[in-house]
Design a protein around this ligand. Structure first.
Ligand code: MF3
Ligand code: CO
Length: 251
């Protein structure tokens, strides 16, 4: 499918969808505490999505069983919420969730610490978040898509962290995953020229150790092969008519 260009009207719906999702992430962050299960957090997230008038877009996506992907510590993405997974002080937790509103999707991920966490874990979270902002400096009309990838890679490299390669950012709109795909590491091409009306998810997934990942037996949960911690930071962004990036999933 070609890359979709959203009209001004569609961009407004994308904004609304993104704003709702930002609110859901606030609710999830506020609910996060030692002793809560990831299943309870999923229920809180799903309720927040539905109360705002959205439809969770993770639920039933290729059979995924929950509304919020919740990944703990060495889990990178697509962790499955469970009553038995009780969070404890010192854990790091990623919420990756999305919704659709009037047919338009938004998608965002955040990693948080539970209570007090190690300075090393906090640094991983902060650097992962910053790499997103370094990347989107290049998200401009007339710019080349893979300059985003290169900027993320360049920023992460000095820290010695791993950049997950098997999963990428993506276009988004009437579908949760649209073209183009946006790797978080340097490409040997420069990529398409970005245009106003394009909407993307940029989502670095960063590991404290090596970048290699594996699946758990549930065939969803992606973990680091070496057991090191992982962090993820994602927003839905738009290239607006003035050619600049606008982050849709931050309040
Ligand atoms: N927002 C996540 C992604 O883009 C999760 C999608 S739903 C899942 O991959 F079913 F794949 F988990
Ligand atoms: Co995504």
């Amino acid at each position: 499918m070609p890359i979709t260009i959203k009209s001004d009207e569609e961009l407004n719906l994308m904004r609304k969808s993104g704003n709702m999702l930002a609110q859901v992430h606030e609710v999830l962050h506020e609910a996060l505490r030692p002793g809560i299960s990831t299943l309870e957090l999923d229920a809180i997230g799903e309720e927040a999505i539905r109360k705002l008038g959205g439809i969770p877009n993770c639920k039933d996506y290729e059979g995924y069983p929950a509304s919020v992907c919740i990944s703990v510590n060495d889990e990178v993405v697509h962790g499955i919420p469970k009553a038995e997974t009780i969070l404890k002080e010192g854990d790091i937790v990623t919420f990756d969730t999305g919704l659709s509103y009037k047919g338009y999707h938004s998608d965002a991920a955040r990693t948080w610490g539970v209570g007090e966490i190690s300075p090393e874990a906090q640094k991983l979270i902060d650097v992962t978040k910053q790499s997103f902002f370094e990347g989107i400096k290049y998200a401009k009309a007339g710019g080349r898509l893979y300059d985003i990838s290169k900027a993320i890679d360049k920023f992460i490299k000095p820290y010695g962290y791993g950049i997950v390669r098997e999963l990428t950012g993506h276009g988004i709109g009437k579908e949760l995953h649209e073209e183009p795909y946006i790797p978080n590491y340097r490409q040997f091409r420069r990529g398409i020229i970005m245009l106003p009306g394009m909407t993307f998810c940029v989502e670095p997934m960063i590991t404290m150790g090596k970048r290699k990942i594996a699946f758990l037996d549930d065939e969803w949960t992606v973990v680091t092969l070496d057991g090191s911690l992982a962090a993820h930071y994602e927003n839905t962004i738009a290239i607006t008519p003035d050619g600049e990036p606008e982050i849709l999933t931050i309040l």
